[in-house]
Design a protein around this ligand. Structure first.
Ligand SMILES: [Zn+2]
Length: 412
């Protein structure tokens, strides 16, 4: 009996079993123009050939266009209203504390990776930063480790050990392009040695936060990636590449960050600390963006919500201010994990709390960041052609497993 016969249903969607290994790659912060420019520069021969014989589409990521909500949407095939991860960070209203949302206790839905493993498929996950590992690997009877802590992977916790020997590289610095290269190198070694049925590779946006599309550093990053993707393709894998979010310059023409300090604005308007601004981009690794992104939520006393909304809507650089229920509907977010207001800044603007709370000394180049609607467009690339995808279907990055498992044509 074929081990891989039955389809797998999870979170209201049904996925066909892979007949060949399927590798889904989430390139963190991959604004589509990074790939366009790398192709134009002749830096990525494999991607160039892959798009000639495969498919290139554009999809929408989840807003807030941040890493955790989107990675979890991709591996659950569902928006944050279903899986519960609405940011990297949120205010636990019961305790009044701001907490990292990297604990699986906050996850409200199973991942499709865990469901496939439970149904007998061999599943492997490699993530750059360790902050995502426990969420992506929740309930997964398979391999799941981070590049950041590759030396500490154990069979009991990660389904694998001796990762450094397998990959043949040292543990990379958390602020480096090497961290993402380790993910790809590990993916290739896993494919060569264990041939998983389903593999998810998730990188970090260290390079994209620093370097614009078409710069030599950005092209070098995509050239690095290109070599590993070619090896996965040569091993017979179906490759599906998407991103958690795009990336935009958040500066004026002189390269100065354009920041709206929301807490300072609301303190002046409503009185000190009447409002509480939460920046869900915040995480332990903020050197490259100073915790500045284009999405914020604000907790307010009920009587102040309307005045705060009016005050924020009129600010230059603000795209959108939505009350809790409207934001939850429009962006498919869990209403109990966002504030009374959701604020989205425009293409060139980021949102902060107070100037003193943002250390921008680590910003050695003009700020680039994400979080808003302007970073919602992401690539959906495949090394195969697709079938039965209507031209008017709104594609999301969290459709990538559906597309890769249910819509790719066999290799020719
Ligand atoms: Zn990201």
């Amino acid at each position: 009996m074929d081990r891989l016969a039955q389809p797998v249903s999870v979170n209201g969607r049904t996925y066909a079993r892979p007949q060949h290994p399927v590798v889904v790659v989430c390139v963190d912060g991959c604004e589509p123009d990074y790939i366009t420019q790398a192709i134009q520069a002749g830096a990525v021969p494999f991607l160039t050939s892959m798009l000639r014989r495969g498919s290139s589409l554009i999809g929408d990521c989840v807003v807030p266009s941040f890493t955790n909500p989107n990675n979890l949407s991709i591996v659950t095939g569902a928006p944050p209203s279903v899986h519960g991860i609405s940011g990297n960070y949120f205010l636990d209203v019961l305790s009044g504390k701001e907490v990292m949302m990297n604990d699986p206790a906050y996850l409200r839905a199973p991942t499709l990776l865990a469901a496939f493993a439970q149904a007998g498929a061999r599943v492997a996950v490699v993530t750059a930063k360790d902050k995502l590992r426990t969420l992506l690997g929740h309930g997964l009877a398979g391999i799941c480790f981070s590049a950041e802590k590759a030396d500490r992977a154990t069979v009991a916790e990660c389904g694998i050990d001796e990762v450094l020997a397998l990959v043949g590289r040292p543990v990379p610095s958390v602020y480096s392009a090497d961290l993402s290269e380790f993910v790809f190198a590990a993916g290739v070694k896993l494919m060569q040695t264990r041939r998983p049925d389903l593999m998810y590779l998730s990188t970090t946006d260290y390079v994209q936060h620093k370097c614009a599309p078409g710069t030599s550093e950005a092209n070098a990053f995509y050239a690095m990636m290109d070599g590993y993707l070619a090896q996965l393709d040569a091993a017979g894998a179906t490759i599906a590449l998407t991103a958690d979010h795009g990336m935009s310059p958040k500066t004026d023409a002189a390269g100065r960050p354009q920041v709206i300090f929301l807490q300072a604005v609301l303190d002046a308007r409503l009185g000190a600390d009447v409002a509480r601004v939460i920046l869900p981009i915040t995480d332990p690794y903020v050197v490259h963006h100073g915790a500045l992104g284009s999405f914020a939520t604000v907790y307010l006393p009920p009587t102040d919500v309307a005045a705060a909304q009016a005050a924020l809507e009129s600010l230059p650089g603000v795209d959108l201010v939505l009350a809790r229920e409207a934001a939850a509907r429009r962006f498919e977010l869990p209403a109990d994990r966002i504030g009374d207001l959701v604020v989205v800044a425009d293409h060139l603007t980021v949102l902060g709390t107070r100037p003193a709370l943002h250390d921008l000394s680590g910003l050695t180049v003009p700020l680039r960041s994400h979080g808003g609607l302007s970073e919602q467009k992401v690539p959906l690339l495949f090394n195969r052609t697709l079938r039965d995808v209507p031209a008017d279907r709104r594609l999301r990055n969290f459709d990538v497993f559906d597309l890769a498992l249910n819509h790719v044509n066999p290799p020719t």
